[in-house]
Structures are given as structure tokens and as C-alpha cells.
Design a protein around this ligand. Structure first.
Ligand SMILES: Nc1nc2c(ncn2[C@@H]2O[C@H](COP(=O)(O)OP(=O)(O)OP(=O)(O)O)[C@@H](O)[C@H]2O)c(=O)[nH]1
Ligand SMILES: [Mg+2]
Length: 288
């Protein structure tokens, strides 16, 4: 069977995580309208009769400003090193030159397919322009135009990619869909709600740590800390009379229940850890 690693790279917000989820038909990677949502490499496994593709979402490529950013770019580097095929995703509204500069800097040793995303938002002419631009680049073996949110060209997406993959034995058993633990997905779902409900800088100063995950007979009990830099941020996350943390908890709980297919009791705490983004010990503790 065809098997190998297909890894998604691109600028922040290009739609990498949305594409991964659309391909899986399941929400594995969190998504937000803010940049730098994804911080880890997220592997998803697609197994069919004639192929097993391990597809990875990665953090958007940026110039690191904190140790956290450095860890994020290490995740990109790891994915670069074991790609059989690289999917270079572009928000069709972005400046092509900026994406191109990033793609060239990757110095890819494997075939790349440029994925023109968000075609639901622009004219046919703009899409043709983008395709012509990237098809002239030496790293680009093919282009695919999609809308990850509207599902345009998602069903047929993998077919042209399989041609670039080697024959081999599957790495994972049939029912594995990821190599990451449940706790990871739970903490990400909580983090997503921080991106959704809290503005500006706050999401970038936030980490989530699942401290307790206990399966009881009728429900799963989860205790998690939302980590921020400053007391003022803690007050914002808690909100007036606890209104914000309550909202965060109830939104996150709904998603976690759907993911686990089980009732969940979720307890959230807010903790202040100054400069955790530049502290190796905290970064490690929070899974980076
Ligand atoms: N209209 C439209 N919006 C899209 C499409 N794909 C993604 N988006 C939106 O673009 C935003 C960013 O999507 P993500 O999937 O989080 O982007 P990402 O590349 O993973 O971003 P980082 O993790 O920050 O690097 C979200 O608001 C998505 O809903 C698309 O095809 N059409
Ligand atoms: Mg993402």
C-alpha cells in the first residue's frame, strides 16, 4: 500500500488546522481566527484499504521571539525532516511573495504541493493568478485549490498526493487516528476557547495544563489550570463574578464531551506564572 508522511506548512492563519480537520472529518486540531493558534505538530492517521497517510498539522512559520516560539519552530523542523511530501498552504488573499519567501527558505528536499486555500473568498481571476505564480516555482510539483471550510476539493484531495508516496507497510493499526494522548486534545480544546472568547494578547500569554483526568463510572472528571503571565490577566480570565471562566468552562466542556463521547465534569483554575513562555521548566511542564 501507499504510505508515508504528508506534512502541512504555511504562514500563521493560512488554514493548516482547518485543512487537517476537513481531511479527517473530525476535529483534531484547534482553529481560530487569530494567528499562532497551533503550537505543536499534530499527527493524524488516515487509513484506507490501499493507503495509510500520516498527515501533520504544524505551527505557522514565524520569526521566534520567545522560547515558546523556538519550540514551535522545532516542531516545524521535525515535520520538515520526515516529510515524504510537503503541502505548502497559502491563504489566497495573502501576498504571494511572502509565502514564497517562506517556502524557499524551507529548502525542501521532498516534492511540494502548493495548496491554494480560502478560494471561497476571492474571484476566479485571483485564484488563476495564484496558481500561475506558484506553478512557476521550482519547488512546486503541483497545485490544488481548495476551501477547507466549504469542503471544496477536499474529497478528491489525497488522490494526486498518493502518487508521490512510496509503497510500504502501515505504521499504525486501523483505528488509531493520532499518536497524541487524550489529555493533549482536552487541553487544546480549553485553549481554543481562550482564543475564541478573550481578545488581543491574552491567548498568546496563555497555556493550559490538565492536572487531573479521572474516568469514573458515569463521567470523566477533569481538572485543568489556565496559566497566564500576570495578575491582571488572571482577573480577565476569571471575569466579573467569575462569568468568563464559567463561560470558558461550559464551552470547553461541550467540545470535550463530544470528543470523548462521555459526560464530563470540568473544573478550571487560573494560575499566574510570570514569563512562562521563556522558562524551560514551565514550557516542559506545559507540554512544549
Ligand atoms: N473563508 C474561509 N476561511 C477559512 C478557510 N480555511 C480556514 N479558514 C479560517 O481561517 C482561520 C485560520 O484557520 P486555522 O486553521 O486556525 O489556520 P492555521 O493555519 O492552522 O493557523 P495557525 O495555527 O495560527 O498557524 C480560521 O478562522 C478559519 O476558519 C477557508 O477555506 N475559507
Ligand atoms: Mg493551526
Amino acid at each position: 500500500m501507499k504510505t508515508g508522511f504528508v506534512n502541512i506548512f504555511g504562514q500563521p492563519n493560512a488554514g493548516k488546522s482547518t485543512l487537517l480537520n476537513a481531511l479527517m472529518g473530525e476535529k483534531l486540531a484547534i482553529v481560530s481566527s487569530k494567528v499562532q493558534t497551533t503550537r505543536h505538530r499534530i499527527k493524524a492517521i488516515m487509513t484506507e484499504k490501499d493507503y495509510q497517510v500520516v498527515i501533520s498539522d504544524t505551527p505557522g512559520i514565524i520569526e521566534p521571539r520567545y522560547k515558546l516560539h523556538e519550540k514551535m519552530m522545532m516542531a516545524v523542523k521535525g515535520a520538515l525532516e520526515d516529510s515524504d511530501v510537503a503541502l505548502l498552504i497559502v491563504d489566497v488573499r495573502d501576498k504571494y511573495e511572502e509565502s514564497n519567501a517562506i517556502f524557499e527558505a524551507l529548502k525542501l528536499k521532498v516534492p511540494a504541493i502548493v495548496v491554494i486555500n480560502k478560494i471561497d473568498l476571492v474571484t476566479e481571476e485571483r485564484i488563476r493568478e495564484a496558481i500561475a505564480y506558484f506553478e512557476s516555482k521550482p519547488y512546486c510539483k503541483a497545485t490544488i485549490k481548495i476551501s477547507a471550510t466549504s469542503g471544496i476539493n477536499i474529497k478528491s484531495f489525497l488522490k494526486p498526493i498518493l502518487a508521490f508516496l512510496p509503497e510500504g507497510e502501515p505504521f499504525y493499526t486501523n483505528d488509531d487516528i493520532s499518536d497524541l494522548p487524550t489529555k493533549f486534545f482536552v487541553s487544546e480544546m480549553i485553549r481554543e476557547k481562550v482564543y475564541e472568547l478573550l481578545g488581543d494578547e491574552l491567548p498568546y500569554h496563555t497555556a493550559v495544563l490538565v492536572r487531573e483526568f479521572k474516568e469514573k463510572t458515569t463521567l470523566v472528571k477533569i481538572v485543568a489550570d489556565i496559566i497566564v503571565h500576570r495578575e491582571t490577566q488572571k482577573a480577565i480570565v476569571i471575569g466579573d463574578k467569575g462569568s468568563m471562566i464559567k463561560k470558558l468552562g461550559s464551552y470547553a466542556r461541550k467540545d470535550i464531551e463530544e470528543f470523548l463521547q462521555q459526560k464530563v465534569f470540568l473544573e478550571l483554575f487560573v494560575k499566574v506564572k510570570p514569563k512562562w513562555r521563556d522558562n524551560d521548566i514551565y514550557l516542559k511542564e506545559y507540554g512544549y
